[in-house]
Design a protein around this ligand. Structure first.
Ligand SMILES: Cc1cc2nc3c(=O)[nH]c(=O)nc-3n(C[C@H](O)[C@H](O)[C@H](O)COP(=O)(O)OP(=O)(O)OC[C@H]3O[C@@H](n4cnc5c(N)ncnc54)[C@H](O)[C@@H]3O)c2cc1C
Length: 462
C-alpha cells in the first residue's frame, strides 16, 4: 500500500451532484490572498462552510474570515456522497453503548435525530433550493447473519429503555418485509424518519451567504502547511502556493485530509475511499414507484444506501461487497480521480436485481464517482479547541456519516469561537465528539475491525 499524501487529488471524478456547477465553484473574492485574518477556515465542504456560516451569521460580530479550499468549492465528500440524511437510530446503539455507555449512546443517536428538524428549519428559513425531502428510511436485511442478531439487539435496546423508539417500525416477517420495502428476498425491515437532500446545492447556498456576510473565499488554494506554533503576536501562519496568511484563529475542516496539515492526526483520521452512482430509467419512461430511502444489508458490513429522488432516479452508494475485497481499494486512499475496480460494474442492473417491479425498467447507471471520507479511529468527529494550540479549532473526521452530525457541531463550534459558551460541556454536543488530548494521543483504532466485517479475522488483506 502506498502512503497517501493527504491532499485532495487535483482531478477528481465528477459526481452526479456536481453536474450543476454553482457559479461560486471557482470563486476568488479578491485577486490576491489577504495577508491577515481573524479567522481562516480550511475546507469548504459541509463542515467548513457551516462553521463560517454560523461564525458570521450575527451581523453584530463579523470577524474577518478567509475560506481556503484546495480545489473548487465544496468538491470533497460533501459533493460526492449519497445525499442521505439518515440518523442511525438503532443499529449502532450497542456498539456505542459498549464504547461510551448506554446513556451516551442514546445521546449520540438523539443528536443525529435532532438534525432532521434543524436542517429542515434551516432549508425553510433560508429558502434553499436543494431538493430537501423528509421521508422514511427503510433498512432491509437480506442475510440471516445480520438479520437475526439485529432483531435481537433491537429488541434488547427497546427493553433497555434508553431511547424513545416510537418513530421506528419493524417487520420481522420476511413476507411483510418484502411487501413493505419492495425488495426481493427481504428477511426483515426497519423504518424510521429520515431525509435526503442535494448536498452540494445545500452547502453552496450557505457558502454564498457566508461570502455575502464578508467571508473571503479563495478556491483552488491548497494549504500546504500550518505553522507548528503561533508567532509572538499569537498568529498562526497558513501557507499556500499563492502566499501566506497570518491568522488569529484557524478552523480545520479538512476531513479526510486533516493529517496533511496537522500530522498529529495521522492514523487518527484515516482517508477511506467510497463509491456511489446515479441510476435512472431511459428518458421519457416512467420509473416504478418507490418513495422511501434505503439501506440494504447483504452481510456483515456489506451494505448499500440509496435515496430516491423526486424524479424517480436513485443515488446509491456503498458496494461494500466489492470495495472490501481488498484494503487497497479503500484504506488510506485519497485518490478520488479513479473508480474502484469491481465496484464500478456493481451498480449495473442494480435496481432490476433487487427491487420488485424494476425488472423491465431499463434502468442504467448514468454517473459513477468516488469520494474520500475521513474515518476517525473511534468513529467520532474531533470537535472544538485543539488541545495545546490556542486559536486552532477542529471540526473534522465525520467518518462517512456527516449529514446528521455536522450542522449542530458547527453551531456549537461557532458558539465557542464567539465566546458564547466557554466549553463544549456546556452544549448538547455528546462528549465522544470533544477533541480531548487523550483522544488525540490514543493509538487504539476500531476502523479496520469495523470495516472488515467477517472478511478476515484481524489479518490485513492487501
Ligand atoms: C461516496 C460517499 C458517500 C457518502 N454518503 C453519505 C451519506 O449518504 N450520508 C452521510 O451522512 N454521509 C455520507 N458520506 C459522508 C459525508 O459526505 C461526509 O461525512 C461529509 O460530507 C464531510 O464533510 P466535510 O466538510 O467534513 O468534508 P469534505 O466535504 O470532504 O470537505 C473537506 C474540504 O476540505 C478541503 N481540503 C482538504 N485539505 C485541504 C487543504 N490542505 N487545503 C485546502 N482545502 C483542503 C477538501 O478539498 C474538501 O473540499 C459519504 C461520503 C462519500 C465519499
Amino acid at each position: 500500500m502506498t502512503a497517501p499524501d493527504f491532499f485532495p487529488h487535483p482531478e477528481p471524478t465528477q459526481s452526479y451532484w456536481l453536474t450543476h456547477e454553482d457559479d461560486l465553484a471557482n470563486h476568488r473574492t479578491t485577486e490576491e490572498l489577504p495577508q491577515e485574518a481573524d479567522y481562516v477556515v480550511i475546507g469548504s465542504g459541509y463542515a467548513g462552510t457551516t462553521s463560517a456560516y454560523y461564525l458570521l451569521k450575527d451581523e453584530k460580530f463579523r470577524p474577518s474570515t478567509v475560506i481556503l479550499e484546495a480545489r473548487s468549492a465544496c468538491s470533497g465528500a460533501t459533493a460526492r456522497n449519497g445525499g442521505h440524511l439518515k440518523p442511525d437510530c438503532y443499529l449502532s446503539f450497542w456498539t456505542y453503548a459498549k464504547m461510551f455507555g448506554p446513556r451516551t449512546a442514546a445521546q449520540l443517536i438523539n443528536h443525529e435525530i435532532k438534525h432532521l428538524k434543524e436542517i429542515k428549519k434551516l432549508v425553510e428559513e433560508e429558502n434553499i433550493d436543494c431538493d430537501f425531502h423528509l421521508t422514511r428510511a427503510i433498512d432491509v436485511f437480506l442475510d440471516e447473519r445480520v438479520s437475526v442478531p439485529t432483531i435481537q439487539a433491537y429488541r434488547e435496546m427497546v427493553k433497555a429503555g434508553y431511547l424513545d423508539t416510537s418513530d421506528i417500525e419493524f417487520w420481522a416477517n420476511p413476507k411483510e418485509a418484502e411487501q413493505v420495502s419492495g425488495m426481493k428476498d427481504a428477511l426483515c425491515a426497519f423504518s424510521f424518519t429520515a431525509g435526503h437532500i442535494w448536498p452540494y446545492k445545500f452547502i453552496m447556498h450557505l457558502l454564498r451567504r457566508a461570502v455575502e456576510w464578508g467571508a473571503n473565499l479563495q478556491t483552488n488554494t491548497p494549504v500546504t502547511t500550518l505553522s507548528e506554533k503561533p508567532d509572538a503576536e499569537g498568529r498562526w501562519t497558513v501557507t499556500t502556493p499563492r502566499g501566506t496568511i497570518r491568522a488569529k484563529n484557524v478552523v480545520i475542516a479538512t476531513n479526510a485530509y486533516t493529517a496533511g496539515i496537522m500530522p498529529e492526526f495521522k492514523d487518527k483520521i484515516v482517508p477511506v475511499r467510497g463509491i456511489a452512482a446515479h441510476i435512472a430509467v431511459p428518458e421519457g419512461q416512467r420509473p416504478p414507484h418507490l418513495n422511501n430511502s434505503y439501506a440494504v444489508r447483504f452481510g456483515p458490513k456489506q451494505y448499500d444506501y440509496m435515496v430516491v429522488r423526486a424524479d424517480g432516479s436513485v443515488v446509491v452508494g456503498g458496494a461494500k461487497q466489492k470495495v472490501l475485497l481488498s484494503d487497497s481499494n479503500w484504506e488510506n486512499v485519497t485518490d478520488d480521480s479513479k473508480l474502484i475496480e469491481g465496484a464500478d460494474e456493481y451498480f449495473d442492473g442494480y435496481m432490476q436485481r433487487h427491487f420488485n417491479g424494476w425488472e423491465d425498467s431499463g434502468a442504467t447507471t448514468t454517473k459513477i464517482w468516488t469520494g474520500i471520507m475521513g474515518y476517525s479511529k473511534d468513529f467520532m468527529p474531533f470537535l472544538g479547541r485543539m488541545p495545546g494550540k490556542r486559536g486552532i479549532w477542529l471540526n473534522t473526521g465525520f467518518t462517512g456519516h456527516g449529514m446528521p452530525r455536522i450542522l449542530l457541531s458547527s453551531v456549537a463550534l461557532a458558539g465557542l469561537m464567539k465566546g458564547e459558551v466557554d466549553d463544549l460541556s456546556h452544549t448538547d454536543i455528546p462528549w465522544p465528539f470533544w477533541a480531548t488530548e487523550e483522544r488525540i494521543r490514543s493509538t487504539e483504532s476500531v476502523v479496520q475491525s469495523y470495516m472488515a466485517g467477517d472478511k478476515h479475522n484481524g489479518e490485513k488483506k492487501n
